[in-house]
Design a protein around this ligand. Structure first.
Ligand SMILES: Nc1nc2c(ncn2[C@@H]2O[C@H](COP(=O)(O)OP(=O)(O)OP(=O)(O)O)[C@@H](O)[C@H]2O)c(=O)[nH]1
Ligand SMILES: [Zn+2]
Length: 354
């Protein structure tokens, strides 16, 4: 029990034999590095597990609690099952159409990391916030490289972000001067888990090192390089901070594809939805209808055109995703019936033969 407290205890797993519980630190090819709080060891999926797993979401992800059986070799174990997650950040696997992928599991907080000094993309931050709510965790926007900006510049960005990140904490930090790090630690209490998400180069791995107080995660400042001659994080890994909080580092995401974020669009676009409700007609297309509150708000500046466009874009994407998933489900259903009827035919032929 004490051991588990150190790696982050969760009430939902109290009912399980504690000796058999571990937490996934990294996902390697065909194996998992897990920890029981005292010791790290390597785990493989049991045959039973593989037989039962059907979707990519069934497989262990970084941050998962797993039910393991230790093997006689002390450093090895098999995973029998993934415990129910309290949160999971899902994105569409890069390059595939409708395949989901878990970026991090069981985190309390998602740090949405952006650099203050370049490439600030408010629309992208909006999307991360949506996906974070959808994951079951709470978002915090982290703005890095404060040391490279004047106080006025920092202020300017903070105001822009505040306008779109309604009710979301925003923390500006510097890995160089350590400014803002104490404030960030408020979201990293002992036994809590946070995940760092954001584009490549914004300083996620550097932040891990800052919080660990030592250089463990390689950063672009380090000479170990990728094919383009610079280092990038290639895998997700969970780190235990000195205060027993857990921090999950992830590789930079180029694109963030939403996964069924419908239920939270409302939370993130409260302002737009409020205007929409004030339209004269229920089925208003917000085009040329009389009494359209959206058009009025756009015209008098109450609603920013870019923000409205990104709201529409998200809705279109969600509709598109839904259609895709429906099609996939229909196809699977069809194949299932094909299989069933083939089986029936075979049974029938078999009986006829006898
Ligand atoms: N001036 C300044 N530079 C920083 C800060 N944080 C990170 N950097 C630099 O930004 C570069 C990228 O940092 P990384 O930590 O590798 O970025 P990352 O987000 O982990 O990138 P990926 O691993 O590709 O996802 C490195 O050269 C860091 O030294 C900061 O607060 N201030
Ligand atoms: Zn309208």
């Amino acid at each position: 029990m004490e051991k588990l407290k150190q790696i982050g205890w969760d009430d939902t797993i109290l009912d399980i034999e504690k000796d058999n519980i571990a937490r996934v630190i990294t996902v390697q090819k065909n194996s998992y590095r897990v920890t029981d709080g005292d010791m790290d060891y390597l785990a493989h999926l049991s045959g039973r597990f593989l037989n039962q797993a059907s979707s990519p979401l069934d497989f262990p992800a970084v941050g998962d609690w797993v039910d393991v059986q230790k093997l006689s070799d002390e450093r090895k174990a098999v995973v029998n099952r993934v415990l129910t997650r309290k949160s999971q950040f899902i994105r569409q696997a890069a390059g595939t159409k409708t395949e989901a992928q878990i970026v991090a599991a069981n985190m309390d907080t998602v740090f949405i990391v952006n650099s203050l000094n370049h490439d600030l993309n408010l629309r992208r931050i909006e999307r991360y916030i949506l996906s974070t709510y959808e994951s079951g965790a709470s978002p915090v926007v982290v703005l890095t490289k404060k040391d490279e900006c004047t106080p006025d510049e920092v202020q300017d960005v903070m105001i822009q972000v505040e306008e779109i990140a309604i009710g979301v904490p925003i923390v500006a930090i510097s890995n160089v001067t350590r400014e803002g790090i104490d404030e960030l630690m408020e979201y990293l209490a002992p036994q809590r888990t946070a995940a760092l998400l954001g584009s490549s180069g914004v300083g996620k791995s550097t932040l891990v090192n800052t919080l660990l107080g030592q250089d463990i995660q390689d950063t672009k400042g380090v000479r170990e390089a990728d094919s383009k001659g610079r280092h990038t994080t290639t895998h997700r890994e969970m780190f235990r901070l000195p205060n027993d909080a857990q921090l999950i580092d992830t590789p930079g995401m180029r694109e963030l594809q939403l996964w069924e974020g419908e239920s939270v669009i409302e939370a993130t676009f409260q302002d737009v939805e409020a205007f929409e409700k004030e339209c004269k007609f229920n089925d208003c297309q917000h085009d040329t209808e009389p009494g359209c509150r959206i058009q009025e708000a756009l015209n008098n500046g109450e609603l920013d055109e870019d923000r409205y466009q990104s709201y529409l874009k998200l809705q279109r994407e969600l509709a598109y995703e839904k259609r895709k998933q429906n099609q996939k489900a229909m196809l699977e259903e069809k194949n299932k019936w094909k299989k069933v009827s083939k089986q029936q035919r075979e049974n029938y032929n078999f009986r006829k033969m006898r």
